[in-house]
Ligand binder design. Structure first.
Ligand code: AP5
Length: 215
């Protein structure tokens, strides 16, 4: 299975990607996670990306395309992958097409998760993430068993710097302008499968499983 999870910030891409990764035994490849790790490690890439991410903008295409080229070349991505947060612009999608042709590993499907903006703001403002394994929780909808502690690995839960309301609004605008056109792009290739993202996490997992059946 070689899939893309597409959808606005807070649609549940990361939550569902982790479940699919556990179920299918293929890696979740999240450009957001890769960039946040670079920021935490204070690498040159992290220093370049931090201010863009904190403002809710997009890191330059060539930078993230380079990250994906390197990541897809790793051995665990040979049997399949779940792309989460990439591609995010038409040039990124076109670069991915070329990369997958070179690797002779075509996409199986693109699942586009749809959630309305008011719900996205509620989800993002209550999100807490594990500093160690990046698992996502929500203070109301999906709380950890022990407050502030990750159920999966015992790591500390924190609020992301870009989960402040003004930055969330900017991220949603950037999504509408630059990423939403990818739904039409993948519809044109016969790969897009639309998934209603309203409901609890188990319900969305069930819908995704149905949408991706045979992929
Ligand atoms: P990235 O990390 O990719 O963020 P995003 O796309 O904005 O998506 P999120 O991680 O915010 O949301 P999600 O859909 O994964 O939702 P989640 O499952 O966590 O990117 C961050 C930044 O990095 C970008 O702004 C950009 O600067 C840069 N970047 C990354 N990739 C890039 C690229 N390709 N090009 C350029 N720049 C790039 O869920 C959200 C919350 O809701 C959680 O609290 C969760 O517990 C809860 N939740 C999940 N499902 C449900 C449900 N069904 N019901 C109720 N609550 C739910």
């Amino acid at each position: 299975m070689r899939i893309i999870l597409l959808g606005p910030p807070g649609a549940g891409k990361g939550t569902q990607a982790k479940r699919l990764m556990d179920a299918e035994g293929i890696p979740q490849i999240s450009t957001g996670d890769i960039l946040r790790k670079a920021v935490a490690d204070q690498t040159p890439l992290g220093r370049e990306a931090k201010s863009v991410m904190d403002s809710g903008g997009l890191v330059p295409d060539q930078v993230v395309i380079g990250l994906i080229r390197e990541r897809l070349g790793q051995s665990d991505a040979v049997k399949g992958f779940i792309l989460d947060g990439f591609p995010r612009t038409v040039p990124q999608a076109e670069a991915l097409d070329g990369l997958l042709v070179d690797l002779k590993r075509p996409l199986s499907a693109v699942a586009a998760i749809d959630v309305e903006p008011s719900e996205l703001v509620r989800r993002l403002s209550g999100r807490r993430v594990c500093q160690a394994c990046q698992a996502a929780y929500h203070v109301e909808f999906n709380p950890p068993k022990r407050e502030g502690v990750c159920d999966r690995c015992g790591g500390a839960l924190i609020q992301r710097d870009d989960d402040k309301e003004a930055t969330i609004r900017r991220r949603l605008e950037v999504y509408r302008e630059q990423t939403e056109p990818l739904i039409a792009y993948y519809k044109g290739k016969g790969l897009a499968r639309l998934v209603n993202g309203i409901g609890n996490v188990d319900e969305i997992s069930g819908r995704l499983r149905e949408a991706l059946a045979g992929a």
